[in-house]
Write a protein that binds this ligand. Structure first.
Ligand SMILES: CC(C)(COP(=O)(O)OP(=O)(O)OC[C@H]1O[C@@H](n2cnc3c(N)ncnc32)[C@H](O)[C@@H]1OP(=O)(O)O)[C@@H](O)C(=O)NCCC(=O)NCCS
Length: 169
């Protein structure tokens, strides 16, 4: 299977925050942001694998800044690493200033998707070759995050989390 680059999966979704999507403080409801991130990330995983993909886990979400009603929000998703059937997808969320047009990073998240066949069984995905410094950093740390996610899900034993253990030695 031919390898691909993270940039080939880049997915950018830009949308407004409407009144029906806000909490009582008039900021974007967390669940709405999670859904937007899931949509963008699933498209990125599909672009990398060209298969049906399902969300396997949401490994990290940081709601660092509230996003107010009327904001223009851009969700950028890119596959950071592929394994056998799973793909880690990094999501960066930006808010655009109305007057200057400058963008501020509001949130980020890391999701894991699995490529599956028509019956829902995992299938292999192409390898990935990172190019930029940030892509290389994210690629290098992805195995550690995969092991942490599997450990927390009770799918591997602590003794099998070799990359995680190496952090503490
Ligand atoms: C995700 C799913 C396909 C995994 O199936 P499975 O029978 O556990 O398959 P496997 O154990 O072979 O795992 C498949 C891959 O997923 C990875 N994976 C499974 N659970 C994971 C988790 N919690 N975190 C990170 N990776 C995970 C495995 O490590 C494996 O990766 P690899 O092939 O790249 O090495 C299956 O659990 C599923 O269909 N879940 C429901 C998905 C869904 O409906 N999502 C929408 C949210 S409601």
């Amino acid at each position: 299977m031919n390898s691909k680059h993270p940039s080939e999966s880049l997915t950018i979704l830009t949308d407004l925050v409407l009144p029906s999507e806000t909490n009582p403080l008039n900021n974007l409801f967390g669940g709405e942001l999670l859904a937007r991130m899931d949509r963008a990330a699933s498209i990125a995983a599909r672009r990398h694998s060209r298969r049906i993909v399902v969300t396997a886990s949401v490994n990290h979400v940081a709601f660092n800044r509230a996003i107010s009603l009327g904001s223009v929000v851009t969700v950028e998703a890119k596959v950071s690493r592929s394994f056998k059937s799973s793909m880690e997808v990094f999501i960066d969320v930006w808010v655009e200033d109305r007057e200057s047009g400058s963008r501020t990073k509001a949130n980020e998240a890391i999701y894991t998707f699995v490529a599956v066949d028509d019956t829902g069984r995992p299938v292999e995905v192409p390898p990935i070759v990172p190019e930029t410094e940030l892509e290389i950093q994210r690629f290098d740390a992805a195995l550690r995050r995969k092991q942490l996610s599997l450990l927390l899900a009770g799918k591997i034993k602590p003794s099998d989390a070799t990359e995680l253990k190496a952090l503490f030695l």
